[in-house]
Ligand binder design. Structure first.
Ligand SMILES: [Zn+2]
Length: 451
């Protein structure tokens, strides 16, 4: 009988603290042994030779919209989680909206949990929603396992998920603080975006650039400042999602320095795509907050390098191709949302590690360790250490490839990243000790139910 289920040999193991050569032994879904600089003597049922490869903790994508139940024709827990596996992601936190019914009470949460347990091939976790109607349901959602709450201070774009007015934010934060959870907020100013959109459209200005100018960085800053005030008032942990600019990040950095419990996420697309991509790719590159210009992308990388950003996620928000059409070139029409959750690690390795010398340890911190710490999953998840869950991504840092539509595991095989050349490719993804993706193929043994 083999001592271990699986041994990964001779890889360069990367954690948020350091990179070292070693072996990893896995038993019963856990990391049983990590050897530094010498090989593990025992045998295993399966061995992976990681010589020349890097071994990362599996990524944790804290921001995806898999749309199931209710809008699974847009994506789904099976296709979405297969895409994550192909991108080295071993856990996700699904947003409460775009699925229907939205996760605003425990019954709706249970509907999603039941489906995820059947269909997801990586570890599923959940956000609950904060909307004006559900303050009384927040505690039950927390008790039933949501890792945090999500609110919008501008329209969500989805009819059954109302945006939170200031009173809802205040009452919601007071309640969420009472049981020590966290509020994640989509921070754009409704007033600023509405007024500018009306002005642009009344003047017949509807290009990609016009759309971007109608949702300026100052609109994010206005909302962030207001939310920080409520966080200071209520003592609630605040997490600003998808900051599109370092100027937004710096507002949060200043608040952190005076002791406010606030963190910030940005997304792979704000670190790699620009308004030019919107002009070239149309609706595929439309999202809110919108993409910015190259100087903003470069500046956001400075924030990453300086440790001002806490989390990098995908905000994977897919839709069928017909919804991504921009009718008559009018960017105020057409669904906003980037399909990207398979490519986060490729963006980080290509744009960060290769082009800007961002250390691998920092990439691990932003995509695995910090998310695990922020949402209470550490040290079971987010690191490679004895006793942790065996969630691992093995990566060939030297392999380059051009992303093609047919490489994508999404329900709809499109993405603004298609056609990009990436350096650094996931070769193997392991979830709870099980190889779920290897050499371009999903290998999860999980019996998947067809949607
Ligand atoms: Zn989102």
């Amino acid at each position: 009988m083999s001592a271990y289920d699986l041994i990964i040999r001779n890889g360069q193991i990367v954690t948020a603290e350091s990179t070292f050569q070693g072996d990893i032994a896995i038993k019963s879904g856990k990391i049983a042994e990590v050897s530094v600089g010498k090989s593990i003597e025992a045998a295993a049922q399966k061995e992976i030779d990681a010589n020349g490869l890097h071994v990362f903790p599996g990524l944790i994508d804290t921001h995806v919209h898999f749309n199931e139940p209710g809008r699974s024709e847009w994506e789904g827990l099976e296709t979405g989680s297969k895409s994550l596996a192909a991108g080295g992601v071993t856990s996700f936190v699904d947003m409460p909206l775009n699925s229907a019914p939205p996760v605003i009470n425990k019954e709706n949460l249970q509907l999603k949990k039941d489906l995820a347990e059947q269909k997801a091939i990586v570890n599923p976790y959940y956000w609950g929603g904060l909307v004006p109607e559900n303050i009384a349901n927040l505690k039950e959602l927390h008790e039933n396992g949501v890792l945090g709450f999500k609110a919008f201070v501008s329209p969500s774009g989805i009819e059954d998920f109302n945006s939170a007015d200031d009173e809802t934010i205040y009452k919601g934060m007071t309640e969420i603080a009472s049981f020590g959870s966290i509020l994640g907020v989509h921070a754009e100013s409704t007033v600023i975006c509405d007024q500018l959109a009306k002005k642009k459209q009344s003047e017949g200005k509807t290009s990609a650039r016009d759309f971007v100018e109608s949702r300026p960085i100052i609109s994010e800053i206005e909302a962030v400042r207001r939310l920080i005030s409520y966080a200071e008032l209520t003592g609630c942990k605040l997490h600003i999602v998808h900051a599109s600019s370092r100027k937004v990040v710096q507002e949060i950095e200043a608040a952190k320095k005076r002791g406010v419990d606030v963190t910030v996420e940005t997304c792979a697309h704000y670190l790699s795509l620009t308004v030019k991509d919107m002009e070239e790719k149309g609706g595929l590159a439309k999202c809110c907050p919108p993409l910015r210009d190259q100087e903003e992308v470069d500046d956001l990388w400075v924030a990453v390098a300086n440790g001002e950003v806490d989390v990098v996620s995908s905000d994977h928000s897919p839709a069928p191709a017909e919804l991504k059409q921009i009718p008559n070139g009018n960017f105020f029409k057409g669904w906003g949302g980037i399909s990207g959750c398979q490519s986060t690690i490729n963006v980080m390795l290509t744009e960060g590690y290769q082009k800007r010398n961002i250390p691998l340890e920092k990439i691990v911190a932003l995509t695995a360790t910090n998310p695990a710490k922020l949402f209470g999953l550490y040290p079971n998840k987010g690191t490679i250490a004895e006793g942790s869950d065996a969630d691992i991504a093995i990566v060939n840092l030297d392999e380059s490839f051009v992303l093609k539509n047919e490489d994508l595991f999404y329900r709809h095989q499109h993405s603004p990243y298609v056609g990009k050349t990436f350096t650094g490719k996931v070769t193997t993804t392991i979830v709870n000790g099980e190889v779920v993706f290897e050499n371009g193929k999903v290998t999860a043994k999980t019996e998947l139910i067809q949607a």
